[in-house]
Structure formats: C-alpha cells, structure tokens
Ligand binder design. Structure first.
Ligand SMILES: *Cc1c(COP(=O)(O)O)cnc(C)c1O
Length: 368
C-alpha cells in the first residue's frame, strides 16, 4: 500500500477533457495575462463567495500583501495575527511595512484565540488577520464585534478555506477583505501559482486591482507605484473549470473526515473539532498524538505519507528572532506544534484506504 498525502494526478484524471479544452482555448485566444478568462473567473468566484468583487492576483501571499497595502497599512502600524500559520500570513505584514503582533491559538479549534486578540489590541493596532486554519473558519462573529467597536480592519486569510461557512454564510465577506490562495494543493488549486482577494467594498477592490497591475489606469498612465501580481489566463480558465466541482469535492472531504472521526473515535487520539454553526472544509485533517515523530515514522513504514502543519510556531522561527519571542510565550501553539499530525486527505481518497490508515495509526499508538 502506498498512500500519498494529496493526489493531484487522480483529480486531474477525473476532469482531464475539460481542463485540456480550457487550456487550449486560452492559448488559441492568446489571452495570457488579463482578459476575458480572468474576468470570467473573478465574477464566478465573487458569486461563489457571495461577495460583490473579486480581484485575481499572482498568489495568496500577494493577496495578503495587496490587501494590507490597499487598506493603507503603514510603517509602525500593528497587525495582529495568529502564531500557528504558514509564514505567508506574517510575511505579508512585514512586506507591507507593518509590525506583526502574534497571539496564541485556541486549544480545541487551533484558530486565533479571540480573548487573547482583545488583550493584544493597542492604539496602534490597525488590522487583525485571522486564519481559517485547516479549513475551519476562525471566530469571525466575535472578531467582527471587536474590530467594529475599535475601527480596526479585519483581513481573512482564507487560503485554506474556500467555501467554508459560518451560520450558513460563506467566509470571504465576514471581514473587510479576504485573501485566497490557489496554490495547487489548496482546496481550489490552479496548475501553478494564483490567488485572489474578495470584498464587498468597491473602492478597496479597485485599489487592489490598481496595485496589482503597476498602479496603471491605462497602459502608460500610472496613478501610483504598484507591482506586478496578476492572475494569468490559463490559471483562471483552469480555476473556472475546477470551481464547478468545488462543492462536490468539499462534500467528499467532509465524508473522508467523518470516516476518520468514526474510525478513530475512542482511540485516545485528539480529533478535529467542528464548532456548531461553523462548516469545516477540511483542507487538512489534523489529529494530535503522543510521540508524534515516531508515529509519523511508523506510518511511513506502512506506506502512509503524513504532514505537520506547522512544526514551529511562527514567532519562534529564525526569521522572527528579532522579535525576541521565547519558548513559553505561545504555550498552546507550542504544545500543538509538537503533537499535530496531518493525515492524508483528498476528495479521491477511498474509505478502504482511510480504514487502512486508521488501523495503522491505532496500531502505532498502542505499540508506543
Ligand atoms: C498557502 C497559504 C498562504 C499563501 O498562499 P500562496 O499562494 O502559496 O502564496 C497564505 N496563508 C495560508 C494560511 C496558507 O496556507
């Protein structure tokens, strides 16, 4: 048995004809950068998120950076985010000139701890970036109340959570602006890099669009200095095809997660939580186990690939040594980092394989 962590080839095989046709069409039209395929996808994705506007950009990191720039984040502005995420979340803040303020996560959902956010707010706080980590929405209703009261911007890092919902409303419009990644392995993945921002604010969408395309109003009329971060036509056409399948794929991910939950129930392994009213889209299925590194090795011996998202909390990375954070500053994120294990999860994964994985995992735990 050989079970990969994700299987993008299996997914391609199920939609090969449509994808190949979509790519050919863009090439025949030579609509490589900008143009109707990008516009078509932006409209479709905005509609999917229930948002008024979507602007395609080069990748998810740029989506965050451009959102921060569009909101006017400047030197000295503080931006609060969570200690356990991918580095892109905090990188974007620094790139935009802001100061990252890390806070710990909640021990059962792994998303940002709203109580700790409240304590981290200062007069210099301009924005908060909650991350919908692993596909579970962060506590947006609470954060919205907190941010509204204080005039603070809310930027959703939705890179892992396309289609996730809170109280029946999709993520993407809970904050002022939401940032998506279409990195190939994400729930909605391109065949290369891609990203988007989504917002109900027309002015904000216009600013992101301007910044992402050299600040140009027309070919050589540059209103401001921006950058080059655009979604390309081939990626947009591919994403357009794949968007039509996203809900089915999310449903399959949830079925796989349910199978894991049932098979691992009572094993002593800490399973992912689903808060009432919060619809998890299971970008990742993350459990917590004792002796994680040994367990991972034992699973590898049985042909099962697993991952760790993420092994070191951001403030303790070398990249942030200048912040002088110490072990013990983020107790929840630190403890979780040593115990978390992401199990294989993709829409094409069969229940038979999930059963094999769970048997191997239970065996590994009991042999420790
Ligand atoms: C993937 C990811 C990003 C960055 O997206 P890229 O498209 O790879 O730049 C940002 N935040 C989180 C939480 C991610 O998982």
């Amino acid at each position: 048995m050989n079970i990969p962590f994700v299987d993008l080839k299996a997914q391609y095989r199920t939609i090969q004809g449509e994808i190949d046709r979509a790519i050919s069409e863009v090439i025949e039209d030579a609509a490589f950068v900008g143009g109707k395929y990008v516009e078509r996808f932006e409209e479709a994705f905005a509609l999917y998120c229930g948002a008024a506007h979507c602007v395609g950009v080069g990748n998810g990191t740029d989506a965050l950076f451009l959102a921060l720039r569009a909101l006017g984040i400047r030197e000295g502005d503080e931006v609060i985010t969570v200690a356990n995420s991918f580095i892109a979340t905090s990188e974007a803040v620094t790139l935009a000139g802001g100061r990252v303020v890390f806070v710990d996560c909640d021990s059962s959902t792994y998303t940002i701890d709203c109580e700790r956010v409240k304590k981290a707010i200062t007069p210099r706080t301009r924005a908060i970036i909650p991350v919908h980590l692993y596909g579970l929405p962060a506590g947006m209703p609470e954060l919205v109340r907190m941010a509204q009261d204080r005039g603070i911007y809310l930027i959703e890092d939705a890179a892992q959570a396309h289609g996730a919902e809170i109280q029946g409303r999709r993520i993407g419009t809970w904050g002022h602006i939401a940032c998506f990644s279409f990195y190939p392995g994400k729930n909605l993945g391109a065949y290369g890099d891609g990203g988007a921002v989504v917002t109900n604010d027309k002015v904000l969408a216009g600013k992101v669009s301007l910044l992402s395309n050299h600040g140009r109003m027309s070919k050589y009329d540059h209103e401001i200095q921006g950058t080059n971060s655009r979604l390309d036509g081939i990626q947009a056409a591919i994403l357009g095809v794949k968007l039509g399948y996203l809900d089915d794929w999310v449903a399959r991910r949830r079925e796989v997660a349910r199978a894991y939950n049932e098979l691992l129930n009572g094993s002593g392994i800490v399973l992912p939580k689903e808060k009432p009213g919060f619809r998890h889209v299971y970008h990742l299925y993350v459990v917590r186990v004792p002796n994680r590194d040994r367990v991972m090795e034992m699973l590898a011996k049985r042909g099962i690939s697993t991952g760790i998202h993420y092994p070191v909390p951001l403030p303790l990375l070398k990249a942030y040594r200048h912040l002088r954070c110490r072990r013990g500053d983020f107790p929840v994120a630190e403890r979780c980092a040593g115990e978390i294990l992401s199990l294989p999860l993709f829409p094409e994964l069969t229940v038979e394989k999930v059963t094999y994985i769970c048997d191997a995992l239970k065996e590994a735990i009991s042999s420790l």
